[in-house]
Design a protein around this ligand. Sequence first.
Ligand SMILES: Nc1ncnc2c1ncn2[C@@H]1O[C@H](COP(=O)(O)OP(=O)(O)OP(=O)(O)O)[C@@H](O)[C@H]1O
Ligand SMILES: [Mg+2]
Length: 507
Amino acid sequence: MAKELREISIAEFFEKNRHLMGYQNPTRALLTVVKEAVDNSNDACQEAGILPTIKVWVRQIDTDRFRVVVEDNGPGVIPSKVPNTFAKFLFGSKFHRLMQSRGIFGLGIHGAVLYAQLTTGKPVKVTSSIGEAIHVHELMVDVVRNQPEVISHQVLPNPRGWHGIKIELELVGSYATGRHSIFEYLKRTAIANPYARIVYVGPDGRFEFKRKVNRLPRPPKRMRPHPYGTELGMLRRMLSLSKARNLSAFLQTEFCRIGNRSAQKICKLAGLEPKRRPCDLTPKEVERLHRALQQVKLRGPPADCLSPLGKLLLEGLKKEVRADFYTHVTRPPTVYRGFPFVVEVGLAYGGEISPASACRLYRFANLVPLLYDQGACVLTQAVKEVDWRRYGLSQSKNSLPAGPLMMAIHLASVWIPFVSEGKQAIADYPEILREIKLALQDAGRQLAKFIRRQKRAQRMRMKMSLFERYIPEVASSLAALTGRSRERILNKLKDMVRRGGEVDEGS
Ligand SMILES: Nc1ncnc2c1ncn2[C@@H]1O[C@H](COP(=O)(O)OP(=O)(O)OP(=O)(O)O)[C@@H](O)[C@H]1O
Ligand SMILES: [Mg+2]
């Protein structure tokens, strides 16, 4: 065995485990390729402050072969960095920072390139410009070394100053319609990103999701780690890498929410001199410092690193379906493992929504729609754990509520804890589960009020129609008893019933 010991390249690992990135079957693979490219385009445009225009072409070139092209108007990538950016696993700009973004790992687009190369043997073609010359690269991943292989490189003039990325891939796939389709993914992306213009040309036609808002949301800010979520090993590494001259400065520069006073308090609690050099601390002292960091009273992390959807979630639902009732809840920001997060819920009820089946659930993580692995996701789990019967809906044990209900849940965080690299389901951290349930219960209470009012009005309408049926007879009897005009009595009774109904319905 010892003779066989050797390092494994990350590209080799994912070549064998491509299912971890969402490439377990041809239908999902085709969607994943489009998704990774579109998510990157949205991230790049938003970070550069550009209103995104994203064009997606999917063309079937053989029974099981597709050509996918995704083009954006983002900032592009510096020419010298293009090979690593698209053909070297774990090369990215988002992993080391704490900021809300769609991508996090530095795997997404590399996975797409590797899948295409594995199934068709073809390189990816990347056309990129930062507004200067246009660079066209054909790239493959050298799987054993996890290094990019440049097959060709061309430099073209750029008279119109185009900037952005155009990525072209050929892969084995299968085209789906319905719940797991590219169209559905793009439609939901447009709901959560109404400032994006998305054009899609696929085997079933051309679709355009128009820009609904002409401004980008407030850009989320980067944050430093919060002391409460910092684990011992992380603290040890931070201490050894810090350039701060003493412990007090280390605490104030490396973490958020620590000022001079809190730094002194932490050092006192840990029994350490604030003037100590961070890298000189012994393992026992690091442990004491870690304990003190958890004990000291500090404000929660700042919320300006998050950019929730707010009312846009509701607007998205309204665009999607015509319902009788809409409601929306955004919870205040809170923390899991030191990472801030916000949960938002939007509900639509009645109207055109089909009452027959289980409710429709739209899941979003940092503005990205999640289409697969619904059963493994904490968002689904939270919906199932809420007792919807209390809010006037029917629900079987451990299932989604039934009825004419559509639900959208969005989790925005600087770090979404996905259960796998495929980024389709979120792990069930208790703090996250609790917040989602609180948001759902809040929305549920508002829905219950509407359902109660609706039922009351329905009962009243039934009562009135019953009463109306007997009005002519009552009017005849009263006319006989009082000797007054039957017509006048009849009109008066009708008027009374109508006014009574109006008062009751509105109450
Ligand atoms: N269209 C684009 N425009 C500009 N930069 C891009 C574009 N696509 C990718 N990049 C850069 O390439 C990097 C790698 O992309 P990749 O999708 O592999 O990882 P990621 O988006 O960082 O994380 P994840 O693995 O979660 O998708 C990104 O971090 C980004 O810096
Ligand atoms: Mg990505």
